[in-house]
Design a protein around this ligand. Structure first.
Ligand code: EPZ
Length: 419
């Protein structure tokens, strides 16, 4: 298995381009199952999770063509099976996103029940409850969700919890249901809005995406379209934290700063000078050591849980004490154990990490456990004394396009060693 070797020290400096958002590309790829013509998607990030999703769609019989710029065309007219096998679902939970589209367009789906993962049990009960309320017959048998529906019907769905992929799955299912569906306590993430905009481009009738109440009026069919994926706000935030930790100065292009207001506000509190344009964000630390910040993760527009691990790493080398509370997932502090091995002073109390910053972390061999935790270990390696090895970096490759290339372009001393 590959590993990354990082020599700590250099301040990051320079400009890089941000890729398309993984968490928008995944549901939008699933949405191609709804269209009765080809869907062309541009700005697709080149990530392991994306290739997994394309492999899943290909196995179902869809025709996929990809050009050198990672523009992807998907044509579902050649579909021949409605099955998402365990060996793919276990590597990527977001495969559950094919359930809603398959059910509403073809009336049937056999999808492996996603297991938990390092950050939590991550049930999909709310996805299934919503589909059942829309008239689907669902049984779980041998680790698979067996689902059928003559024709889904519109329903008034009050979500017990804010769930991003739950909202996305049910919104897709509702696009071709009979009648109107209302999703209350809906997720408001920008990636939900991006999916809604793509569906509207296919002919769906959707109001309220981006608010906590989404109304969908079912239509008979959806057509092909072209759609450009929005920039990845979490990748943007991750590189901004890297620059803040190293005291550097970076400019990130092809991004959308308005999507990460909560993150920019915390970076400002940490002492960063930030300027923004519609499609770029610039951060300058002038060599200063960051100040510790306190954070409470919550659904959008609150502080994103996907940025928690990165800010925990920042607090490890910041001045003062920071308190980070993780309220979305039950086990998202796996990176703390690894950071402590580098000399970080972190105390865990329930779902809170209390950090007292140290002047320097010490390099150590580290093991990545989940996507964002592994990013936080790379960030720690950028500022640690000596050479840090991060193992099991397939976690990173799921969500960060060519991370070592982008960091090297910013002056980091980082290389990938094939394992
Ligand atoms: C999405 O996961 C993202 N993944 C996650 O990003 C992100 O961390 C998460 O939303 C929260 O923002 C994709 O979009 C592909 P949830 P999702 O359903 O939809 C509970 C990354 O790093 N819940 O919003 O799976 C759940 O256990 C990944 O890119 C239920 O109880 O998250 C959690 O505690 C990691 N029952 C909370 O809701 C359900 O049926 C929020 O989960 C569904 C969710």
């Amino acid at each position: 298995m590959d590993k990354l070797i990082i020599n700590g020290g250099p301040r990051l400096n320079g400009e890089i381009r941000i890729s398309g958002a993984k968490n928008a590309a995944l549901p939008i790829l699933a949405a191609t199952l709804l269209a009765d013509g080809p869907v062309t998607i541009s700005n697709v990030p080149h990530l392991h999770d994306i290739t997994t999703t394309m492999e899943l769609l290909g196995r179902m019989g869809l025709e996929l063509t990809i050009d050198e710029k990672m523009n992807v065309q998907v044509d579902s007219r050649t579909i021949r099976e409605f099955f998402a096998p365990y060996e793919l679902v276990r590597t990527m939970r977001a495969s559950i996103l094919v359930l809603g589209p398959l059910l509403t367009r073809f009336g049937r789906a056999d999808v492996a029940l996603p297991g938990g993962c390092a950050i939590g049990s991550r049930p999909v009960n709310l996805h299934l409850q919503g589909l059942a309320a829309m008239g689907a017959e669902l049984t779980v048998d041998g680790g698979y969700i067996r689902a059928t529906a003559k024709r889904l019907k519109g329903a008034d769905l009050m979500m017990d919890l804010v769930t991003v992929t739950g909202t996305e799955n049910l919104m897709m299912a509702a696009t071709m249901a009979k009648g109107v569906t209302v999703i209350r306590n809906a997720a408001r993430e920008p990636e939900v809005v991006d999916l809604a905009n793509c569906l509207i481009g296919m002919g769906a009738i959707i109001d309220g995406a981006g608010t906590d109440t989404i109304r969908i009026s079912g239509v008979e069919s959806l057509s092909g379209t072209h759609y450009e994926i929005l920039p990845d706000r979490i990748e943007t935030g991750t590189y901004l934290v890297a620059a803040t930790m190293t005291g550097g100065h970076v400019k990130l292009k092809s991004t959308k700063p308005e999507l990460l207001e909560a993150v920019l506000s915390k970076l400002h509190d940490a002492g960063a000078e930030i300027t923004t344009g519609d499609t770029w964000v610039e951060l300058e630390m002038n060599g200063k050591r960051p100040r510790a910040v306190s954070i409470h993760t919550s659904p959008y527009p609150g502080f994103p849980t996907d940025m928690q691990a990165q800010f925990t790493a920042l607090n490890c080398v910041a001045e003062g004490t920071g308190v980070i509370t993780e309220s979305v997932f039950e086990n998202r502090f796996m990176h703390v154990l690894e950071l402590q091995r580098m000399g970080a002073q972190i105390q865990i109390e329930g779902n809170t990490a209390i950090t007292t910053g140290v002047a320097k972390l010490k390099s150590a061999p580290l093991m990545a456990t989940d996507l964002r935790a592994s990013a936080s270990l790379v960030l720690a390696g950028l500022v640690a004394e000596g050479s840090t090895e991060v193992h099991r970096i397939y976690h990173i490759d799921r969500g960060y396009e060519t991370i070592e290339e982008k960091l090297s372009n910013l002056g980091a001393q980082i290389r990938r060693v094939p394992g």
